[in-house]
Design a protein around this ligand. Structure first.
Ligand SMILES: Nc1nc2c(ncn2[C@@H]2O[C@H](COP(=O)(O)OP(=O)(O)O)[C@@H](O)[C@H]2O)c(=O)[nH]1
Ligand SMILES: [Mg+2]
Length: 477
């Protein structure tokens, strides 16, 4: 058996290129998939896995993932079920549902699934290694699905209960929110922070506050909703420390008096920050070196001004979890661990023709004010794209007012046949208030394409291979 040369006698180019031991033994990369509810996380992961498992049979499905396009993929298979810390992502059930023409069930918790990818490393290093070890490399890709709502809690960590209450109430006392929040606002109007602490009143305030958040999300399409666990609780269940809500605190006071309702709320708020928010960042987030944040930009545009503005706020807030600018709370929680790459992706891009997809990613970039490359400093490496995990339409053109315009061709849900749809124009900047008069887009819900549940043909998609290449391509060289 040949011995591997030790690192310090290797030529520089080789020593720099790769950690040989790691390459020979296989290594692991964590890819977290996040985004607000309905952004497309479940469909993204299901399609990604199905296409990876199918890539050997149908390399044309993922040509821009270089390990596939360059013919270096040897095998991709699901990691066996082991005793994992996190629940397993239900890939098999999901692909079955999609093959039957449906969309997967709604989920609101964290889950995990692994794919082992065996491949021939690129270039000289690979050929040399191949000779030395007779082995290909294996990358263990660990994919985690977690609710983007949880990232909306980052600002809480640097806010006292009084500060959080003031900011939150200021937001809910305006516009549409004030209408949605009428019951809650009137209840806390009757219960001052200074009144005597009462378990029952605290719970009632919490229930009204939470009901208000759910209505805002489900009936009005709002997404900038805090705390994130009130909307997506995950597995923590109904623990009493969750039973808090903001209260109107007298101006200038940052302390609550012991024994008051305010003090009870404050105590719970602080436990929530410590046990839930900080714990999430310390236990999980720090391992997710690569992350993709999915945003349903088209859905937000369709939902109108208030919902769009709210998605913009939420996306901006989510971005903060990937910025380490100054010494901030995040650096303290993550220690030396860093998120290396983040891709912000506008999903469901199959609803619009090819020419509009650049507009869609430009809009996402402008919405979230993703910093330009030059000013990023110590942030994660942030990129933006538009994609469709499942393409339910094809491209076409149609004559409108004696002009040929690009359209999408698909079968609307419940419709008998395919039809052409001119869906409108995607603006490249967040629309100004006066621009919301007429709707920007008119998009039907399309039937998903025909899908084979066996991992042979894969799922038609747009840019999924490119997205994966930008996220983990460097680990498959
Ligand atoms: N046409 C189309 N619809 C999609 C796509 N991805 C998601 N959807 C739709 O969006 C819904 C929500 O997606 P899902 O993955 O469950 O969102 P999650 O809550 O982020 O996990 C699905 O039920 C589909 O109707 C896509 O790539 N194309
Ligand atoms: Mg889901």
């Amino acid at each position: 058996m040949l011995k591997l040369p030790t690192r310090d006698i290797l030529p520089d180019w080789l020593a720099d290129a790769v950690n040989l031991t790691e390459l020979a033994k296989g290594s692991t990369v964590w890819l977290a998939v996040t985004g607000l509810s309905r952004a497309g996380k479940t469909v993204f992961i299901t399609s990604l896995i199905h296409n990876l498992l199918s890539a050997l049979h149908n390399p044309n499905r993922m040509p821009l993932l270089r390990v596939v396009g360059e013919g270096r993929l040897l095998a991709a298979r699901l990691e066996g079920a082991r005793a994992h810390r996190l629940p397993r992502f239900p890939y098999a059930a999901n692909i079955e549902t999609m093959a039957n023409g449906g969309w997967p069930d709604r989920t609101a918790d964290i889950s995990e699934i692994g794919v082992d990818i065996r491949f021939v490393p690129t270039g000289m290093v690979g050929r040399m290694l191949g000779r030395i070890s007779g082995d290909a490399a294996t990358l263990k890709l660990k994919i985690v699905d977690y609710p983007g709502e949880w990232l909306l809690d980052l600002p809480l960590l640097s806010q006292s209960y009084a500060e959080w209450s003031r900011t939150t109430l200021a937001l809910w006392q305006k516009g549409t929110r004030a209408e949605i929040g009428a019951d809650f606002l009137s209840f806390i109007g009757d219960h001052a922070a200074t009144e005597e602490a009462s378990e029952a009143v605290a719970k009632q305030a919490h229930d009204l506050y939470r009901a208000m958040l759910m209505t805002a999300r489900d009936k009005h399409g709002l997404s900038y909703l805090q705390p994130g666990r009130f909307v997506c609780p995950g597995t923590i269940g109904e623990v009493p420390y969750l039973w808090f809500a903001p209260l109107a605190l007298p101006d200038g006071s940052d302390r609550t008096k012991p024994g008051t309702l305010g003090a009870l709320m404050e105590e719970r708020y602080e436990v929530y920050k410590r046990e839930v928010v900080a714990e999430f960042y310390k236990t999980y987030f720090r391992n997710f070196a690569r992350q993709v944040v999915l945003v349903d930009v088209l859905g937000a545009l369709l939902a109108g001004r208030t919902a769009f503005e709210d998605t913009r706020l939420a996306t901006e807030a989510i971005l903060q979890s990937f910025r380490y600018g100054q010494r901030n709370i995040l650096s303290t929680l993550l220690g030396s661990a860093r998120v290396e790459k983040v891709l912000f992706a506008a999903t469901k891009a199959d609803h619009i023709p090819d020419l509009q997809r650049d507009h869609l990613s430009a809009l996402l970039r402008n919405m979230a004010a993703v910093p330009a490359l030059e000013v990023r400093g110590s942030d994660a490496d942030i990129d933006v794209t538009a994609l469709a995990s499942v393409a339910s339409t094809l491209e076409g053109t149609q004559e409108i007012d004696s002009q040929r315009v690009p359209v999408v061709v698909g079968r609307p849900v419940g419709g008998a046949t395919q039809a052409k749809f001119y869906v409108g124009q995607v603006p490249i900047r967040p629309p100004r208030p006066e621009q919301w008069g007429a709707p920007f887009l008119d998009i039907p819900v399309f039937e998903p394409p025909v899908i084979d549940p066996a991992p042979v043909d894969g799922v038609p998609h747009i840019n999924l291979d490119l997205a994966l290449e930008s996220l983990i391509g460097d680990r498959l060289r």
